[in-house]
Design a protein around this ligand. Structure first.
Ligand code: NAP
Length: 518
């Protein structure tokens, strides 16, 4: 409780006229009461349409990272519960996959409508268990819901092909069919959207799913699953298990009934899942870590570059896979950019995400803060300068000061790896070739950003960057209609957009022969 008081010290509470409030209080307990009253505080796993505890009664506590308070306890599940969830998904597959596309589409649309109806409660839940500011949480609910809406529409567009046959008595058809049962493992940084981006297309195609959300953020997943049941998604089509991650993961990998693994998370775990999928030759989609360069050229519009790189860097306190990890700035604009960027960063308010005006919440846990500290210490020990922040925030807990570090170079951890925190490293460069070479000097290849007024340069640099997503003069680029995914060790496959459907479909060729009719 003492810690919660510290976190709220000197902050303004949301007023009743605020965007999110239908009488919402900033007090976490009141927020929790509101969620409970809406019926969306689910604290059991979901298997075969039934809410269940772990078979041995073990539980995990879910904490609010802004206060350290325990929000709820959920079952700590393992192999046995996962096996039952797989069986349930497997038996439901035969009926769900046989519905017409229009029927599946309608049910998904109902789910979308319910998510939007409960967007305030879902946003509160995201802020409580993940820590992001309520405005960003609401943005995540809209973003997460958009995948369900989009894929409810795409369900009706799973077209096959007819191929001109090389022999006159044959007709060659291509059918697209669901892959079967899907195991989906998701991270804590987008507790809703990383689930809907997978489950939306999977259900639209006729697959059934076992989801394992992060142990840090299971409550949003459970609330979303409850809305799915209310929407008419049949028991067993969507199952949620959480707890012992390696055990749940291994059970999904070993099962011959699970035909696909889809994962968002760290590159290290992604590699293990890819390896583990080999024994049963599963289809695999991986959305892994990034190391995004954000390149500011001399000819950039400085206001656009500052606004765009600020958004790309500090969203979710730097805890997104597409966050700008290295801000490469050309020498001619370096000083001017650094000054304007620092000024913009100074304007950001750190605090509990439920407090009005907060733009930087806490990091997810102590290990995340220690990683940030290690990276900053490594940089300063090798000659970089902290020009803003560089310490834990006076609010305590896992709050860290928004930080800008100048003169970062290729030898530093801040350049080589994903810091996943509110630290912006500025890296000077001379020429366009230098910038491209530095940007591509990593095993990651998820997002990259360019700021320039030159259209030829926008084209050339976009083509030269070894990344799956490029933002030109824009720091926030992800949406449901565009393909999201990485190259190199940032992943396999694409999510969102029409391409996101392919990940859940098999292509079947049918040759009809001996058509010697009239
Ligand atoms: P993580 O540690 O890899 O965890 C991701 C998920 O994998 C969690 O549900 C986790 O469970 C589970 N997991 C951990 N070990 C496992 C195992 N041995 N077998 C099966 N599952 C296992 O990653 P994170 O820290 O949550 O997320 C941050 C990372 O995700 C960053 O690298 C970020 O860049 C990446 N990310 C990528 C994208 C993208 O679209 N490319 C999007 C968001 C995040 P528990 O949490 O319960 O341990």
């Amino acid at each position: 409780m003492a810690m919660r008081r510290v976190a709220f010290h000197g902050r303004h509470l949301l007023s009743s006229s605020h965007l999110f409030c239908r009488h919402m209080s900033t007090e976490p307990m009141a927020a929790l009461d509101r969620i409970r009253n809406s019926g969306l505080l689910k604290t059991q796993g979901l298997v075969g349409g039934k809410w269940i505890d772990s078979y041995d009664g073990k539980k995990i506590e879910v904490q609010n990272p802004a206060t350290g308070d325990v929000i709820a306890s959920v079952p700590c599940m393992g192999s046995k519960e996962t096996t039952d969830a797989i069986s349930s998904a497997y038996s439901t597959y035969s009926s769900w996959s046989k519905l017409t596309a229009a029927e599946r589409s309608k049910t998904l649309r109902n789910w979308y409508d319910l998510i939007i109806k409960h967007k305030d409660e879902l946003a509160l839940l995201i802020t409580l268990e993940q820590g992001k500011p309520i405005k960003e949480a609401l943005g995540e609910v809209n973003y997460g819901a958009s995948f369900i809406e989009f894929f409810s529409e795409e369900a009706k567009r799973i077209y096959g092909d007819i191929i001109p046959a090389p022999l006159s008595d044959r007709r060659l058809l291509v059918l697209k069919q669901p892959v079967g049962v899907v195991g989906a493992i998701t991270p804590w940084n987008f507790p809703l959207a990383m689930i809907t981006r997978k489950v939306g297309p999977a259900l639209a195609c006729g697959c059934t799913v076992v989801v394992k959300p992060s142990e840090f953020t299971p409550l949003t997943a459970l609330a979303a699953a409850d809305l799915a049941l209310q929407a008419g998604i049949p028991p067993g089509a969507l199952n949620i298990v959480m707890g012992n991650a390696p055990e749940i993961g291994d059970t999904l990998l070993k099962s011959t009934q699970v035909r696909k693994i889809t994962f968002t998370g760290s590159t290290a775990v992604g590699k293990k899942l890819m390896e583990g999928s080999a024994s049963t030759v599963k289809k695999v989609s991986l959305e892994l870590g990034g190391n995004a360069p954000c390149i500011v050229f001399d000819d950039a519009d400085i206001d656009v570059a500052v606004k765009g790189s600020l958004a790309a860097k500090f969203r979710n306190s730097g805890q997104t896979c597409v966050c700008a990890n290295r801000i490469l700035v050309q020498e001619g604009i370096y000083e001017e950019f650094a000054k304007a960027f620092v000024k913009a960063v100074q304007g950001m308010q750190v605090g509990n995400g439920l407090v009005e005006g907060t733009s930087q919440g806490p990091l997810i846990n102590e290990a995340a803060v220690q990683k940030v500290e290690k990276f900053v210490n490594d940089a300063t020990s090798k000659g970089a300068n902290v020009i803003l922040g560089g310490r834990r925030h006076s609010l305590g807990m896992t709050f860290y000061e928004p930080t800008v570090v100048s003169n970062v170079n290729r030898d530093m951890l801040l350049f080589k790896d994903e810091v996943f925190g509110p630290v912006a490293p500025l890296v000077p460069f001379k020429t366009e070739e230098d910038a491209i070479s530095m940007a591509n000097d990593t095993n990651a290849g998820l997002a990259a950003y360019i700021f320039t007024k030159s259209i030829p340069r926008s084209w050339c640099v976009s083509e030269a960057l070894e990344y799956g997503l490029i933002g030109v003069n824009e720091g926030i680029i992800s949406n449901e209609v565009a393909p999201f995914g990485g190259v190199k060790q940032s992943g396999l496959g694409r999510e969102g957009s029409k391409y996101g459907m392919d990940e859940y479909l098999e292509v079947k060729y049918v040759c009809m022969g001996n058509l010697k009719g009239t």
